[in-house]
Design a protein. Structure first.
Length: 85
């Protein structure tokens, strides 16, 4: 579904309790059954894990698309860059 929130609100705002769970592709049907039958919770598939980049999209907008190398270098040298400024 399309969100009415701005992209920064969608990614970083606080709201009701949520968790992110990573499930092996072969176990998705078992997870769906467990969540609906045992926990009686609603859930939403956010995406898949794999590849060499982080890409986040809404139904109508690309939010983030960065290589994992760029993300790792930004994290690795963050303190050094902050101290140099």
């Amino acid at each position: 579904p399309t969100s009415t929130l701005r992209w920064d609100e969608l990614l970083f705002s606080e709201g009701g309790a949520r968790i992110v769970v990573s499930v092996a592709a072969a176990q998705i049907a078992d997870w769906e059954r467990y969540v609906s039958e045992q926990l009686a919770l609603s859930w939403q598939l956010l995406g898949t894990v794999g590849g060499s980049e982080l890409a986040l999209r809404t139904a109508d907008q690309q939010l983030i698309q960065l290589s994992l190398t760029q993300i790792a270098e930004t994290w690795r040298y963050a303190i050094e860059r902050a101290l140099a400024d």
